[in-house]
Write a protein that binds this ligand. Structure first.
Ligand SMILES: [Fe+2]
Length: 449
């Protein structure tokens, strides 16, 4: 079990060492994702949904330069000429290959130069006295930003065609999966949502606030491929009454028949999937992944259930009825270890249902952290008392009905970018991300007694 202190409790020198470790560890992951393919693959656009990998790499360096070298460090710009190219708000993903981007060698040199300056800065900067540097927040933000782009680059690898280039061990199996109840009850009452104390939490996770949540049932595990197949076999993709009007319009427009990356084998009687270049039978006990919000919602309706609200999801994941506290993670306050959750690209797929018993929440639900992002029913909105930090473009400009909240992280999410309070958001039609879901339902009369 990991007993490392969180940045909230570290002394200053310990905090510097922790930041240095996190930066180095994160850069090793970026290197795996960009060194595993040749230059042609780095420059190429593998899907109009994604940037070329070489854009992500230099963009990571550009943000690091802007926030750490220039803002925190007060140093002059290294490459002011490329700021515009790597501004995600100025060029949409599909247009990025046409830009005069840095080539692979130049991009690697640039991110290395930026990182050297950041390590120099880290040795001497005061980690207090200004909100941006307090508890090394800006460094934590940059670690999370690079890790988020690493997950995006992993999704680009999944979209890439050709021979496999990434390798990893299979995830652990679930010993007691057969004995788990299909759903667990979370009693009604107040709980504290969000955080005001987690030093590296982002603006949209703040502040902590009490919310009242009625009793609900939530699935013990995410919905599996085997369960999702029953929805397909029951005509789920052909029954408009199971879908919202927008969902059905999308299903028809995109001609959806199954999760993304699934295809029927030659005889048509078996489903196969492509996973990082491997074509293999769809594993029945693994959480379904690469489904949109609309597919998740249609499945839930078919199952006689609904998607959990974001408040319900967080209460299931964090509320400890014994202490009345909200935990940092389902298992407690310790940072994630390999026994707790499938995070950090340690495996290249979700673990079977019921894995990670040590990561169970007080309510008994499993795999809330890691494996697959989970769609919730809730629009991405600010918490009461929200204030944008360090800039409006981080979260505020995305608030509104266009985006749905996803929770919990996936096998491709690093622990540094995943907490019980962490909020992700995306369009309800998005399928290339590592997203699945679990269902919830309101108890029937007498069921909670
Ligand atoms: Fe970014």
């Amino acid at each position: 079990m990991q007993t490392r202190k969180s940045p909230a409790e570290m002394g200053v020198e310990q905090l510097r060492a922790h930041v240095a470790d996190e930066l180095a560890r994160t850069r090793r992951r970026s290197a795996v994702l960009t060194d595993s393919v040749d230059d042609e693959d780095l420059i190429k656009q593998h899907s109009p949904l994604m940037s070329p990998l070489v854009w992500d790499l230099a963009h990571v360096g550009s943000q690091e330069e802007l926030w750490l070298v220039r803002d925190v460090g007060g140093a002059p710009a290294i490459r002011p000429d490329i700021d515009d190219l790597y501004d995600a708000f100025k060029h949409c993903r599909k247009d990025r290959p046409e830009l005069p981007l840095l080539g692979p060698a130049e991009a690697r040199k640039y991110v290395g130069t930026v990182r050297d300056k950041v390590f120099d800065l880290l040795d001497r900067v005061r980690l207090e006295g200004r909100q941006l540097v307090d508890r090394a927040f800006a460094f934590g933000m940059i670690v999370q930003h690079e890790q988020q782009h690493d997950e995006t680059m992993l999704a680009t690898h999944q979209l890439r065609t050709g021979a496999p280039v990434l390798t990893a061990d299979p995830p652990p199996v679930a010993a007691d999966a057969g004995s788990l109840p299909p759903e667990v009850l979370v009693p009604g009452g107040p709980f504290v949502m969000g955080t005001s104390t987690e030093p590296w939490a982002l603006d949209n996770e703040r502040p902590a606030h009490e919310v009242e949540v009625d009793a609900f049932f939530i699935d013990t595990t995410p919905v599996s491929n085997g369960e999702f197949l029953r929805f397909i076999d029951d005509g789920g993709y052909d029954r408009a009454e199971l879908w919202s009007p927008e969902g059905w319009a999308y299903r028809c427009r995109a001609e959806l028949r199954a999760p993304r990356f699934w295809e029927r084998d030659g005889d048509g009687d078996r489903w196969l999937r492509r996973r990082f270049g491997h074509v293999e039978p769809v594993p029945a006990r693994e959480p379904v992944v690469h489904v949109s919000f609309h597919e998740a919602q249609a499945y839930a309706t078919w199952a006689g259930k609904r998607l959990p609200t974001e408040q319900e999801w967080e209460k299931a994941a964090r509320f400890d009825p014994r202490s009345g506290r909200s935990l940092r993670y389902p298992w407690g306050d310790q940072d994630p270890s390999p026994e707790h959750a499938n995070l950090g690209q340690r495996h290249l797929q979700p673990a079977d249902l019921g894995a990670y018993p040590a990561g169970a929440a007080p309510c008994g639900a499993r795999q809330l952290i890691g494996d697959v992002w989970e769609w919730t029913a809730t629009d991405f909105l600010p918490y009461p008392g929200f204030s944008a930090f360090p800039y409006r473009e981080y979260s505020e400009v995305f608030f509104g009905p266009d985006y749905k909240v996803l929770r919990g992280g996936s096998f491709g999410t690093d622990a540094a970018a995943c907490r019980g309070t962490f909020r992700n958001w995306d369009y309800p039609i998005r399928r290339q991300i590592f997203a699945g879901f679990r269902c919830a339902r309101t108890p029937r009369a007498g069921e909670t007694r």
